[in-house]
Design a protein around this ligand. Structure first.
Ligand code: EPZ
Length: 434
């Protein structure tokens, strides 16, 4: 039942999160390894029969989902605390379970590695999701260029290529996932592959660095042109994944929204540059020391204009959280979402708290109000849920958030971390009838 149906039937979603707003956040937030680097790197372990150890991997639903896909394929995957030990030397490349791949689009990143290592694979088609149709045309076009035969039907795609060969690929859009899938496939293809208009996100660079630690030959990571020289075999490694810039950014935006003083660590400050530039424009005082970033917001947020772009532009994953904060700014901000076609799902819920937001196509005009009021809210996707948490922390009064499980996809121990920063937040499960 969607939100409206629940209200009509009188049976409310079980509120998961209860937040009493109005308290400035203060203290330090510990940042985990990056979800969007762990997922492609965990897929890349399919490229080698040797054991791979990934220390410090956070307990996230998305990591759990991909781990379950791996186990269904036959991967030997062990958790030792926060360490993941993975060995993929006994894998059936046709065994990826549909219900898991459909649950999480990033599961499709197993396609390139399975095809490159085993010469054939069947991968269920990932579904769309709340933020857009999420096509995979660029993935498929690149794999065909590398020599794959692609047959789709019955909700999945069969790939066959006795041996992949190098190719010159141009991506119509610098898709993160397509860049990652093709980069992984090219590491075992015969000869040289060039990927032009490649994604430059830090998570793509981390994947490239991981692949090089396995013995791959990759050049140009972090630029728009990747060059890969295929090798016969890759070996195992131990690899520390980079810090999560989107988790860190979420805590910094929450600090700005509540007028607080918070340090996030460990982080890679250069990965946060687009966000830090915008938070400074909005009046935040920011100090960078080594792997820590401190933000103090002593004055009301100033309005700013933001346009999401592929890296090194402003990250689309922080658009919803930042809009929540700018709902309280001293003027009108203009936010343009250029990456996804439907990433304003949080707007209707923010309006229910008193936000003044007008949507015109892919642009939101956010006119700051003096205060937001707590409300019973409903999360639609991971980053929209983060936006609602931020708005509730900054609002007057109590808010509840139903379907907060979306948060668990990408934020470990979210309520504990916010509580340690002084927030009045707790997770409860109870059913209530309107
Ligand atoms: C990755 O998704 C991230 N997920 C997303 O984070 C992030 O928002 C996105 O990159 C953009 O930065 C992971 O890394 C697991 P894309 P991905 O392919 O790879 C279109 C989060 O909240 N496109 O760069 O799916 C697509 O429709 C998640 O952590 C095609 O048209 O993103 C979209 O409009 C959400 N054809 C645009 O490109 C294709 O074949 C960007 O998609 C592929 C993509």
């Amino acid at each position: 039942m969607n939100h409206e149906e629940q209200e009509q039937t009188g049976i409310a979603h079980e509120p998961d999160l209860y937040i009493q707003g109005g308290r400035p956040l203060r203290g330090e937030a510990r940042i985990e390894a990056s979800k969007n680097a762990v997922l492609p790197i965990l897929s890349a372990t399919l490229l080698t029969p040797d054991a791979v150890r990934l220390p410090g991997v956070p307990w996230l639903h998305d990591v759990d989902t991909l781990s379950r896909v791996h186990k269904a394929l036959g991967t030997d995957l062990q958790r030792e605390g926060h360490d993941l030990i993975v060995q993929t030397n006994d894998v059936d490349p046709f065994a990826a379970p549909e219900h898991l791949v459909r649950r999480m689009r990033a599961s499709f990143l197993i396609a390139g590695p399975l095809l490159a290592r085993f010469g054939a694979a069947r991968v269920p088609l990932p579904g769309g999701c709340a933020i857009g149709s999420r096509p995979i045309d660029l993935h498929l076009k690149g794999l065909v260029a590398l020599g794959a035969d692609v047959q789709s039907g019955n909700g999945s795609i069969e790939f066959r290529a006795p041996r992949l060969h190098g190719a010159n690929i141009y991506l119509d859009f610098p898709s993160v996932g397509a860049t990652e899938n093709l980069l992984m496939a090219a590491t075992l293809a015969d000869g040289w592959t060039t990927i032009e208009n490649a994604a430059q996100e830090p998570e793509v660079v981390d994947l490239a660095n991981f692949l090089c630690s396995l013995g791959a030959e990759v050049r140009g990571a972090g630029t728009a042109e990747l060059r890969i020289h295929g090798v016969r075999r890759l070996h195992g490694a131990e690899y520390q994944v980079i810090s999560d810039r989107i988790e860190a950014g979420t805590y910094l935006v929450a600090t700005a929204a509540t007028g607080g003083d918070v340090t996030v660590a460990p982080v890679l400050p250069e990965h946060l540059k687009p966000l830090l530039a915008k938070l400074r424009e909005a009046g935040g005082v920011i100090e960078v020391h080594g792997d820590t970033v401190r933000l103090r917001q002593s004055e009301r947020l100033r309005p700013i204009d933001v346009k999401t772009m592929p890296h090194p532009g402003f990250p689309t994953d922080l658009q919803a959280p930042l809009m929540a904060a700018l709902s309280l700014a001293d003027g009108t901000s203009v936010i343009t979402e250029t990456v996804f076609e439907n990433r304003f799902m949080h707007v209707s819920e923010l309006r229910r708290m008193g936000a003044d937001i007008k949507i015109e196509g892919r642009t939101a005009m956010v006119t700051g109000v003096s205060h937001l009021t707590g409300a019973n809210l409903h999360a639609s996707d991971l980053r929209a849920a983060a936006a609602l948490v931020i708005a509730a922390l900054a609002a007057d009064g109590r808010s509840t958030i139903a379907d907060a499980y979306h948060l668990d996809r990408g934020y470990a121990n979210l309520e504990e971390k916010f509580a340690q920063l002084g927030a009045d937040i707790e997770r409860r499960t109870c059913s209530e009838v309107l």
